[in-house]
Design a protein around this ligand. Structure first.
Ligand code: 3NM
Ligand code: MG
Length: 511
């Protein structure tokens, strides 16, 4: 039997979620809205009442061709004659449920870990409810929060061990995050078959609209998804394409919206102007929707951390994510304090970053912030070897499905498939304030005009920035960091002008 798992509604009859609505009417509306499968999850009613509700729900779901499953209670499922059950790890065992319900019943199992997933798959479950993705008030006693990277990790293994098993994710999924979760969890050979939600529909004012919105959203990639499979970039490609991209930026003058710290506001605005973007320095999320609609990019710089800023950041990221406007995260000092570690984790749970740039410590914190340890680089060493840096950058980029840049003497930048090591730049960049932050501004400016190949945008930003620094440092007038800053801005401007005039020789300095 073909089952569509794409929008999976799990009911809840607690007043905090259902309110004073009637559960049958909510499910009826949700089915009209387009949910594809329903689970009755009732932790409080007596058996007779559960059977009564199950029969009433079945009268709604069956004519619509929507399977109805019962949480935990095989007896209720049998008595009501529904399509199957969903069983948790503390419920009846899978083999017994299968024996009682027969081979045609749909039986799903909750999996909070790879081990649970593989056992259930081997045991003949039809689908797995994988989670808990995000902490949720709906179920506070969940075993572990595995995040998108945990879901992806489980899918990666199942692709080998149980390629046929269906999967949905559960825990804190809603209209705002479902597209991103589906995108970021997709592993090379296996993607989720759907999302399971409780409160996103059961607590909605208009459950029919909530259901139809979800149905529409899960059927479409998020606006920030890249459609092409990334082309290999040879050295010759780079030398040819990069000056063209610099020229394109100069021609378009896209908005580069910076939510950045007080120290670098002025310098970042000057750098954005020099490379050919139109800077706007606004920390006010009330204007985020308007600014996101101008087709530019966003820099989130964590140099200033206050609880109010976090909400401002999240709202602004959401505005850009919803229109596919590129967002760069600069997790300044990410590992330094508990506040900042939590801040990074909250931002990464709350939105999508097309590019994350940081130094080694910051990227290691970003890696940890996904809340899910997996194989790969996790050495406790205070500094990583170049090979380990490459490994870490690649694995974080693959987990996040974005571009990760780790700056250092050799910058390492990867989209999970293609990795570049760049050794340009000058020591003076380490002697002035805001050089890391304004590299972020530069890369974000290129993202605004190159949304398909985000790695190319990042590499272009790094090379323009670092080669400009080398050229500035060579000027006779430059005798130290103070004289370096204006010369550096001049060289960014010069590279832009040369590229706009069709002269891309500067990029040959790429190392
Ligand atoms: N099971 P909401 S999380 C029923 O992780 C359930 O196994 C979970 O509710 C698990 O969509 C959960 O409102 C509740 O966040 C999901
Ligand atoms: Mg249970």
């Amino acid at each position: 039997m073909h089952v569509d798992y794409s929008v999976y509604l799990v009911t809840d009859n607690t007043p905090a979620i259902l309110g004073d609505k009637d559960i049958i009417e909510v499910v009826r509306a949700a089915v009209e809205g387009g949910v594809t499968i329903v689970q009755l999850r009732d932790k409080t009613s007596d058996t007779a009442e559960q059977i009564r509700i199950a029969k009433a729900l079945h009268a709604v779901t069956k004519p619509a061709g929507v399977p109805l499953l019962i949480n935990d209670r095989v007896d209720v499922a049998l008595a009501a004659g529904v399509e199957g059950v969903h069983i948790g790890q503390d419920d009846i065992d899978l083999a017994s449920a299968r024996r009682l319900l027969g081979k045609d019943a749909i039986i799903g199992v909750t999996a909070n870990s790879l081990q649970e997933a593989e056992i259930a798959a081997k045991g003949g479950a039809d689908y797995l409810g994988v989670g808990t993705v995000f902490a949720t008030p709906t179920k506070e006693n969940t075993k572990s929060i595995i995040g998108t990277s945990g879901v992806q990790y489980i899918l990666t293994s199942l692709a080998q061990s149980a390629p046929e098993i269906k999967t949905v994710c559960i825990g804190g999924i809603n209209a705002k995050n479902c597209q991103r979760v589906l995108y970021q969890t997709a592993a090379a050979q296996k993607s989720l078959d759907g999302v399971a939600v409780v409160s996103a529909i059961m607590a909605a004012k208009d459950p029919k609209k909530a259901a139809s919105d979800l149905r529409e959203l899960v059927a479409t990639p998020p606006p920030f998804a890249t459609s092409i499979s990334a082309p290999a970039l040879s050295h010759e490609d780079i030398v040819r394409i990069i000056p063209e991209l610099v020229k394109r930026l100069a021609g378009k003058k896209p908005l580069c919206h910076n939510m950045t710290n007080l120290v670098v506001q002025n310098f970042a605005a000057n750098v954005a102007l020099a490379v050919g973007a139109s800077p706007i320095m606004s920390n006010n999320s009330m204007e985020a929707d308007d600014l996101a609609s101008f087709g530019g990019s966003l820099v989130i710089n964590m140099g200033t951390t206050t609880p109010e800023m976090r909400i401002n950041h999240l709202n602004t990221i959401a505005a850009y994510n919803s229109v596919g406007g590129p967002v760069l995260l600069d997790p300044v000092g990410a590992g330094a304090t508990q506040q900042r570690r939590e801040g990074v984790a909250a931002l990464m749970r709350g939105g999508y970053f097309d590019v994350i740039k940081g130094n080694e410590g910051e990227i290691r914190t970003v890696s940890g912030a996904t809340g899910f340890k997996q194989h790969g680089v996790d050495s406790g060493a205070s500094t990583l070897t170049l090979d380990d840096r490459v490994q870490l950058v690649k694995s974080v980029a693959a987990k996040e499905r974005n571009v990760i840049l780790m700056t250092g003497e050799t910058d390492v930048v990867s989209d999970g498939e293609r990795t570049f090591k760049i050794s340009n730049g000058h020591a003076y960049l380490g002697e002035i304030t805001g050089s890391g932050c304004t590299l972020g501004t530069t890369i974000a400016s290129f993202l605004a005009v190159e949304r398909e190949d985000k790695l190319l945008a990042a590499v272009t930003g790094i090379l323009m920035y670092e080669i400009a620094a080398e050229r500035a440092a060579k000027r006779e007038s430059v005798r130290g960091p103070g004289t370096f800053v204006p010369a550096f801005i001049d060289e960014l401007y010069a590279i832009r002008q040369e590229s706009a005039a069709g002269n891309g020789d500067w990029v040959k300095a790429a190392k």
